[in-house]
Write a protein that binds this ligand. Structure first.
Ligand code: FAD
Ligand code: EPU
Length: 338
């Protein structure tokens, strides 16, 4: 395997941060990983697994080994009366995978169109958008155990999915590398057009009997209208999670701001819109030289060019403290800080 030294990670993270990795190697299979990790020196090093780098903020040079996931292949492996079971290598681009499913009439991922990154990271943090989360379509995944160097299968229960959460971000953090993910997709589409602006977008195009391709196109148009394209402006999507708060905190804020967006959450709690809280705190469109807050979506921090990861992290800390002092709500970062 080729091991690069002192390699720039700029092309490998969508924030476009110019950090370096002491060592960097791509891998295409479990056999490649075994070969790399049987090397005593490499095995000892701290590791960072990278897919598309669209959910990381690099705050310093990485003194260890970056393993870039390139495991390929998309395959229909099984079907029954209701479902197709489609396996994708973890290194496949997520949006290309979604488009391939749509082309083949494998339904269910259309609401998750245009999310950057690779298939391997999709269950890591249970990606979601427009009323659908990966956990709703997930069948199983194959992961490489970094201790035993063997592969294991995880079903949905073992993954312990939650809102932008899985066991791989908590108890099993840094212990496994996801090699492939199998999705269970509908033979008869179950369209979900009730979320946000999807129905309005379809109406405006005069589409009354949408196909999964129509829903995907509508999602792509809505996303493109407010989220920055990382090829143009560096970013990692939502920087914070939408906070879930108890009824007392919700009532306190809602008394002053009855217009505040909110969604029901388990156990009588409420999910608030972090983007709204940040906008109300005055940060939307904020610019500090090289970096700032996106003008069309306050939940997205941006690198206008030349920002360091630490500058962006500091801005996130200021926003977090400000929202806390104004609303009594503590935001949690969604992006992985490295
Ligand atoms: P990376 O950034 O490479 O990695 C993310 C984390 O997972 C890291 O901790 C990494 O070490 C780990 N990891 C990656 N691959 C593996 C693997 N194979 N095995 C083990 N660990 C691994 N997310 C949403 O949920 N919904 C959205 O609507 C959404 N919109 C976005 C819009 C934009 C413009 C951007 C830039 C990002 C958006 N995101 C969204 C966030 C991001 O796209 C997802 O989190 C995506 O799944 C990250 O994939 P990645 O391959 O880039 O992961
Ligand atoms: N809002 C504002 N101001 C803003 C941004 C949002 O007032 O600057 C309000 C909106 O008007 C709306 C509410 O907040 O009432 C929610 O906004 P939006 O529909 O844009 O979604 P979001 O909650 O900000 C979440 C996900 C996105 C996902 C969209 C669509 C999280 C942290 N973010 O954003 O995921 O694409 O819903 O489903 O859950 C990501 O994870 O990186 C990501 C982009």
């Amino acid at each position: 395997m080729e091991i690069l030294e002192n390699a720039s990670l700029r092309e490998f993270n969508t924030f476009g941060i110019d950090a370096k990795a002491a060592k960097l190697s791509s891998f295409f299979s479990a056999a490649d990983l075994k070969e790399i990790l049987q090397n005593k020196e490499l095995r000892k090093m701290e590791r960072l697994i990278l897919g598309g780098g669209s959910n990381v903020l690099l705050t310093k040079d990485f003194e260890g080994l970056v393993l870039k996931n390139e495991v390929p292949g998309i395959e229909l492996i099984q079907e029954d009366d209701e479902f197709y079971y489609v396996r994708s290598g973890a290194g496949e681009n997520w949006h290309k995978f979604v488009l391939k499913c749509i082309e083949n009439d494998w339904a269910g991922l259309e609401n998750l169109s245009l999310i950057p990154g690779n298939v391997g990271a999709s269950p890591m943090q249970n990606i979601g958008a427009y009323g659908v989360e990966v956990k709703d379509r997930f069948h199983e995944l194959e992961a490489f155990n970094l201790k035993t160097l063997e592969t294991e299968i995880f079903d949905a229960e073992a993954c312990q999915f939650g809102y932008r959460e899985s066991v791989f971000k908590r108890q099993l953090k840094d212990k496994y590398i996801i090699l492939s993910v199998t999705y269970r997709l509908f033979k008869t589409p179950q369209l979900n057009t009730s979320y946000g602006a999807i129905q309005g977008e379809l109406n405006s195009l005069g589409i009354h009997k949408p196909t999964i391709k129509d829903v995907s196109d509508a999602v792509i148009r809505i996303r493109s209208s407010k989220l920055p394209d990382p090829k143009v402006i560096g970013n990692a999507g939502s920087f914070f999670k939408n906070p879930v708060v108890g009824n007392n905190i919700y009532q306190d804020i809602a008394k002053k701001h009855p217009e505040m967006p909110h969604y029901p959450a388990p156990m009588g709690q409420h999910k608030l819109a972090a983007g709204w809280l940040i906008e109300q705190s005055g940060w939307k469109g904020f610019v500090r030289g090289t970096h700032g807050v996106h003008a069309k979506q306050a939940l997205v921090l941006v690198n206008h060019g030349g920002a360091t990861g630490n500058e962006i992290y500091s801005l996130s800390e200021e926003i977090l403290q400000d929202v806390k002092s104004k609303f009594g709500v503590e935001l949690e970062r969604e992006v992985n800080i490295i």
